[in-house]
Design a protein around this ligand. Sequence first.
Ligand SMILES: O=C(O)[C@H]1O[C@H](OP(=O)(O)OP(=O)(O)OC[C@H]2O[C@@H](n3ccc(=O)[nH]c3=O)[C@H](O)[C@@H]2O)[C@H](O)[C@@H](O)[C@@H]1O
Length: 252
Amino acid sequence: MYNPIKTLKTNTIGTLNMLGLAKRVGARLLLASTSEVYGDPEVHPQSEDYWGHVNPIGPRACYDEGKRVAETMCYAYMKQEGVEVRVARIFNTFGPRMHMNDGRVVSNFILQALQGEPLTVYGSGSQTRAFQYVSDLVNGLVALMNSNVSSPVNLGNPEEHTILEFAQLIKNLVGSGSEIQFLSEAQDDPQKRKPDIRKAKMMLAWEPVVPLEEGLNKAIHYFRKELEYQANNQYIPKPKPARIKKGRTRHN
Ligand SMILES: O=C(O)[C@H]1O[C@H](OP(=O)(O)OP(=O)(O)OC[C@H]2O[C@@H](n3ccc(=O)[nH]c3=O)[C@H](O)[C@@H]2O)[C@H](O)[C@@H](O)[C@@H]1O
């Protein structure tokens, strides 16, 4: 996490401000919550009624607890002030136009594979994740906002892989000769994660439709183009033309 305190402020004060605004203008509020509210789960797959297993003082705490209190605030405003809320618990998502260098696994592995660098697996790589393509998520968010479901809903793709399998898959799709490098494991890294999406299926008639490989190929295509663009286009800042007042000459 780049800036834990700003992360905490955005999730708490930011959500509080938005709930206040929603109350004033009578808007329906969508909270982009996260699978991280389940922490390092002791229940698998994770359904919405699981309360989670979060270390409140660990390195992920400002994000996880920030999102948990954001959910708490949503339901306080709903009960006390009648604000309409929709809460999506978003599981790992990827796709074109994701940030190249945010350090998450999809962007890291694709960039490493494209550049012939080692793919950095933290720990043994036996931890699991399930990745959904961005357009599936967007369809789920639209369905949720248009529904009358005010309780939290998981949005994710239940196809689960180990991180090592995932590294090998990306390496193959890129056609890369990169090695796989094992680094020390991340502290408090959730060991298993997979959404139970029965609620979204039943109440929103939603489920992911984009197969993992198809989505990854689109993301790889995007990253390849970005790298080419960056290699061919150095950004050279041009000074703004001096604004000279009429009738007066500027002497520097
Ligand atoms: O989408 C989610 O639910 C959450 O996913 C991420 O958390 P995380 O699942 O840990 O995502 P990554 O940082 O992409 O890591 C996934 C796994 O890959 C591993 N990893 C990551 C990067 C890397 O270079 N190598 C590597 O092995 C991590 O240790 C972890 O086990 C984000 O940090 C959260 O913002 C988000 O809410």
